[in-house]
Design a protein around this ligand. Structure first.
Ligand SMILES: [Zn+2]
Length: 322
């Protein structure tokens, strides 16, 4: 009896030492994800959208704070200006609540259509509001994310852009999970005033998000032989304000814990940007695959449901579910 009790105690010790946050239930290290938002303060901002933008920002920050999830918001200067004085106030609140800001360019221009001088202009004018805020809060803006994740459609431009970012003191922010949330949001806006349709779109979005989280994790594992910290690409929109709680719960149930973009990027996988020029904006897993010449069948990636895309574009309602 004594020996059995002693043995069970000894066996329990390593489990106690590993602590409640050290590993998932199955003994593996928890996966990590950084949550990032683009198009701050509000995607598709207009002066008429001011009350909604304020509400969406409050909801997103509120959820992140309640759930103690770090996040970074990439700011489009054009969207700040479209919201008048509220634009700057929302960013100030974002900083005051302890979240980071990054630069997402002045006008959300597509760098594929710009010369290097035009890209420089996007970077510099993109700092109009965030640079003084960064100074005030003593937290420099160090991350840049390009509109559409277009980081050079030719190898010469890709290299020039890389140099340009370094000259201006920026690091290029990666993205590894994309859920096309803006398409679901477009449908969501059309469904305003129809609670059943709103619920249906929310559920479709969350189902698609879980599928994409798994898909991109698998892609990275196949290409790199392991899963580096994931970087989730989201937009500040009405849909995410309504569903963020549930989206974060999905990450937790998939074995993730939340880290800052800085911590995610500290992983070896992000030491250099993938040396792969493209006019498209693929997630980093595809870029790593091309860089390493790993074959991966991207056609198996799930698209948002056809009815969501059709409803978003045309407002044509799908048949009612049986
Ligand atoms: Zn954007």
């Amino acid at each position: 009896m004594m020996i059995a009790r002693l043995l069970s105690f000894l066996l329990a010790v390593p489990l106690l030492l590993s602590g409640p946050f050290a590993s998932a239930d199955d003994g593996r290290e928890a996966k990590r994800v950084a949550i990032t938002f683009d198009d701050l303060p509000f995607a598709g901002a207009t002066s008429q959208a001011r009350p909604e933008a304020v509400q969406v920002n409050k909801a997103i920050r509120g959820t992140l704070m309640r759930q103690r999830v770090p996040a970074i918001g990439f700011v489009t200067q054009k969207n700040v200006e479209a919201l008048g004085a509220d634009g700057e106030l929302m960013l100030r609140a974002w900083m005051a609540d302890g979240f980071d800001l990054g630069n997402h360019g002045a006008t959300h221009a597509d760098s594929n259509g710009l010369e290097v001088g035009g890209v420089r202009q996007e970077i510099v004018a993109g700092e109009t509001t965030i640079a003084p805020l960064a100074k005030k809060f003593g937290r420099p803006v160090t991350w840049y994310r390009f509109a559409y994740n277009h980081v050079g459609n030719t190898e010469a431009k890709r290299v020039a852009i890389e140099r340009l970012l370094a000259e201006h003191g920026y690091r290029l922010a990666a993205s590894t999970i994309d859920t096309s949330d803006y398409i679901f949001d477009k449908a969501y806006r059309r469904a305003a005033g129809d609670p059943a349709m709103l619920r249906r779109i929310e559920q479709a979005y969350l189902d698609h998000s879980r599928a994409q989280i798994r898909y991109y994790g698998e892609l990275n594992k196949q290409v790199l032989g392991r899963e580096p910290p994931a970087i989730m690409l989201l937009h500040t929109n009405r849909l995410n304000a309504a569903t963020l709680d549930r989206l974060l719960a999905i990450f937790r149930s998939e074995g993730f814990r939340f880290v800052s973009l800085d911590e995610a990027h500290a992983d070896e996988a992000y030491r250099t940007a993938p040396a792969f020029a493209t006019r498209f904006g693929p997630m980093w897993g595809y870029r790593w695959a091309r860089e390493r010449k790993v074959r991966f069948d991207g056609s198996k990636e799930q698209e948002p449901p056809a009815w969501i895309q059709a409803f978003a574009e045309t407002g044509i309602r799908p048949p009612v579910e049986s």
